[in-house]
Design a protein around this ligand. Structure first.
Ligand SMILES: [Zn+2]
Length: 89
């Protein structure tokens, strides 16, 4: 049996979490945290990523309490080249 795995052809992965705010690797738009779903949509719509995985993760907060976060992995079918996305200053 052959499997057409959804990771096939993926060369670069980004992890997004409701627990942390980052900047988009391509254009510095805030992604993650309160912008979690907007961030996932941003990578898909603006930069051609595919949603590879979405799930929950249990982490500890700064007071050592357990909390649940949601994470997403989005993948790009080409090698990420940071120099190709430099923003003019
Ligand atoms: Zn972007």
């Amino acid at each position: 049996m052959t499997t057409d795995h959804h990771l096939k052809g993926i060369k670069f992965i980004v992890r997004l979490s409701t627990d942390e705010i980052k900047q988009c690797k391509h254009c510095a738009t805030p992604v993650g945290g309160d912008n979690f779903e907007d961030g996932v949509n941003h990578y898909i719509k603006c930069h051609g990523y595919k949603l590879l995985h979405m799930g929950s993760e249990t982490v500890r907060d700064f007071e050592d309490n357990l909390c649940n976060t949601t994470i997403a992995l989005v993948g790009l079918g080409r090698v990420f080249d940071a120099n190709a996305y430099k923003i003019g200053d």
